[in-house]
Design a protein around this ligand. Structure first.
Ligand SMILES: Nc1nc2c(c(=O)[nH]1)N[C@H]1C(S)=C(S)[C@@H](COP(=O)(O)O)O[C@H]1N2
Ligand SMILES: [Mo]
Length: 233
């Protein structure tokens, strides 16, 4: 569906799909894979907890899409399955949590302390999923168990893994970025090369590219130290 023939500017294709992220998260593995407990709060009437069974009312969708990390690697043709964020919003969030009509920003927080935010309008695109399987098997610790965001039109750093909570907010004020603000763009659309803010995309490419291989190795080493060694518990 989202697999394009031509890579977007500044990206190169890699064969493997590495576990990846900011170095500081490499060893902060989460332990709570199951059961899923997703806390929903923010500018809402009711704060609620969403569990695995609650998601089962949503139609399950499969999607093949490319994944673009801001540090310039792209993995093509990943097969995800899960639930459309738009279905989640319409069927669960709107009736149960009753978010404010002025909701503009959604903040995702992860079990390892990572956080990401995106405009609600971007998340309502049909290719944005809350995914729980990759290539036909439940997500591993490496790739975001138990549930992660998949937003293929946005750089990897918007695709929060190991989701713990979701906040529906009027604005970004409750969001504390996981890294220097200049490397985080509020939308981070791949097609527009919105890698960061204030710094042009072409410069960030040059700064990031040397970090790719060492970061992949760092995450691989950290994975090997996990007692469950990448398996979902
Ligand atoms: N919880 C969490 N989510 C995260 C990250 C992280 O470190 N922790 N890293 C982000 C970045 S920078 C990328 S490129 C992708 C990598 O996803 P992968 O590990 O499945 O390849 O996850 C994103 N989501
Ligand atoms: Mo990334």
């Amino acid at each position: 569906m989202n697999t394009q023939n031509k890579l977007t500017p500044g990206q190169w294709e890699i064969d493997q799909f590495p576990g990846f992220g900011l170095s500081k998260y490499a060893t902060r593995f989460r332990t709570e894979f199951d059961p899923l407990e997703l806390a929903v709060s923010g500018d809402v009437q009711n704060s609620i907890t969403v569990r695995t069974d609650d998601l089962k009312v949503l139609p399950r969708v499969q999607q093949e899409s490319d994944f673009h990390c801001v540090t310039t690697w792209t993995k093509r043709g990943l097969l995800w399955s899960g639930f459309r964020f738009s279905d989640f919003y319409e069927t669960i969030i709107k009736p149960k949590a009753q978010p404010s009509e002025q909701t503009e920003v959604v903040i995702f927080r992860s079990q390892d302390g990572f956080g990401a935010s995106l405009p609600l309008t971007d998340l309502l695109s049909p290719d944005v999923l809350l995914a729980d399987t990759l290539d036909g098997v439940p997500l591993t610790a490496e790739h975001g168990a138990p549930l992660r965001l998949v937003a293929p039109a946005h750089y990897g750093y918007k695709n929060a893994k190991h989701l713990k909570s979701i906040e529906f907010c009027h604005d970004e004020s409750r969001f504390r970025p996981s890294a220097f603000r200049f490397i985080i763009h509020p939308r981070a659309r791949v097609a527009l090369e919105e890698r960061g803010r204030w710094v042009p995309g072409w410069l960030l490419r040059i700064l990031y590219r040397p970090l790719v291989k060492p970061t992949i190795r760092e995450f691989e080493r950290a994975m090997q130290q996990l007692p469950t060694s990448g398996e979902k518990k």
